[in-house]
Design a binder for this molecule. Structure first.
Ligand SMILES: Nc1nc2c(c(=O)[nH]1)N[C@H]1C(S)=C(S)[C@@H](COP(=O)(O)O)O[C@H]1N2
Ligand SMILES: [Mo]
Length: 422
């Protein structure tokens, strides 16, 4: 989608500042040998050019990648039809009911059929006292790169579950959205009730989300209301939510399980490049930039390894754990300009993980994105392979501790760089 030039410019200036600021704040030593080169051989210029092309930290709603299923995709149906089926804020309702196959005992089931569904007005009433915001990267388990990074706002799902007055026989919730009233098109996800009622250490609540980056959720992003599960891959965050089923079923029943996906897998940490040169001249500085997703075990380091063809390979041919990795520089938090169309940084003062001045309490933020840069002062001629990886806060290097593809992307990316004789 179209980005205004003003927005692009302000975001890019902000990114450049992130690096420059961190150089003065963290000091010269943090950059090691790289700073020596920064003096007058063009490194400064090379780095500036690479950083200016970096994406902003947050992604605007309309710039998220869309992987919605459905024929037609629910967000593409005409406005009149959206009103008819409850896909607008003034017509939206949610059923919170017991599972007929594995019933939970509910004192007050909420449903259209009984004439008492939960609606958007009630959601806003709940939000007045207890809205929740957190930063999260939305990533599809089956796609290598994140779809977008946002500040998601909503009400804790448990606040609405309690309105249905569950009494016993409740082990799991499963939920789905509008799917053109065709059972075959239903896309369902599920969670243990424990996860809904209580948050694991430091992880925000599961929410019924109605805003992204301070604006009401667009139809394409799942509006008027979607579920957002902070630590999960995208498939748990059901869009165009209509139905929450409280169940005594003892196991996951997600639609996503049908395609061999590991539906219990939380977000993994991994790094990837955003810009890397194909060709550089020998002994000339060059920069590589990228992002890292900070998974459930956080992000301690981003490391890179440049392997020259013909040089000996490490013993570990699978994950290169014993290769001569060196640390890249993780960029500091954006200072003021967060990107993503965030109207005002004021919102961050009321966002989990940020302090009263709107600064992140920890950086990088778990379950979010961070950006990194690597500056080489120059290499001798040859064919090189550039690799990058994360090291999480438990010390596990990508793709460990969970290398399997169907639990989310973590394989190590590979980029070829040719260094030509000068
Ligand atoms: N109702 C519904 N919700 C859905 C989906 C869907 O097809 N239908 N796709 C899911 C998947 S697989 C992903 S990865 C995320 C993507 O979220 P986004 O479109 O906001 O980027 O939405 C999830 N929620
Ligand atoms: Mo997905």
């Amino acid at each position: 989608m179209e980005k205004s030039i003003a927005r692009l410019l302000s975001e890019h200036t902000a990114v450049t500042r992130r690096w420059m600021l961190s150089q003065s704040a963290v000091g010269i030593a943090a950059l090691g040998t790289q700073t020596i080169a920064l003096a007058n051989d063009g490194s400064q210029q090379v780095l500036r050019e690479a950083l200016e092309k970096l994406e902003s930290w947050l992604t605007a709603q309309q710039d998220f990648r869309d992987v919605s299923r459905g024929n037609p995709t629910p967000h593409s149906i005409p406005d009149a039809k959206k009103k008819e089926v409850g896909m607008t804020r003034d017509t939206w309702t949610l059923d919170v009911v017991s599972d007929p196959d594995n019933p939970s005992v509910l004192g007050n089931p909420l449903s259209k059929e009984n004439g008492n569904p939960f609606d958007f007005h009630q959601l806003m009433k709940l939000a007045e006292g207890s809205s929740i915001r957190f930063a999260k990267v939305m990533t599809c388990l089956n796609i290598g790169c994140p779809l977008g990074m946002g500040i998601w706002e909503g009400v804790a799902l448990r606040d609405v579950v309690w309105l249905a007055e569950p009494e016993k026989d409740l082990r799991r919730v499963f939920y789905y959205g509008y799917h053109n009233d065709e059972p075959k098109q239903m896309f369902r996800s599920s969670l243990p009730i424990a996860r809904v009622l209580e948050d694991p250490n430091g992880v925000p609540p599961v929410i019924l989300c109605y805003k992204l980056n301070g604006e009401f959720l667009s139809s394409e992003r799942g509006g008027p209301v979607r579920v957002v599960v902070p630590e999960a891959y995208g498939f748990k965050s059901i869009k165009w939510l209509t139905t929450m089923v409280l169940s005594n079923i003892s196991h996951a029943n997600d639609t996503y399980a049908e395609k061999n996906n590991d539906v219990d897998s939380p977000l993994k940490s991994f790094a990837a490049t955003l810009s890397a040169p194909h060709e550089v001249k020998a002994s000339k500085p060059f920069a590589v930039t990228g992002y890292a997703q900070s998974g459930i075990s956080g992000l301690d380091k981003v490391q890179v390894w440049l392997h020259r063809e013909g040089d000996p390979m490490p013993k570990d041919r699978k994950y290169f754990s014993d290769a001569p990795w060196t640390d890249a520089k993780i960029l500091d938090a954006p200072n003021e300009e967060w990107g993503g169309g965030l109207e005002s940084a004021e919102l961050l003062t009321k966002t989990l993980g940020f302090d009263a001045s709107g600064s992140p309490k920890r950086w990088p933020m778990r379950l979010g994105k961070a950006h990194w840069a690597y500056l080489s002062s120059g290499l001798r001629a040859g064919e090189y392979i550039f690799r990058c990886r994360t090291v999480d806060e438990n010390g596990a290097a990508q793709p460990m501790p969970r290398p399997f593809r169907k639990s989310g992307h973590a394989s190590i990316e590979l980029k070829r760089i040719t260094v030509l004789n000068a």
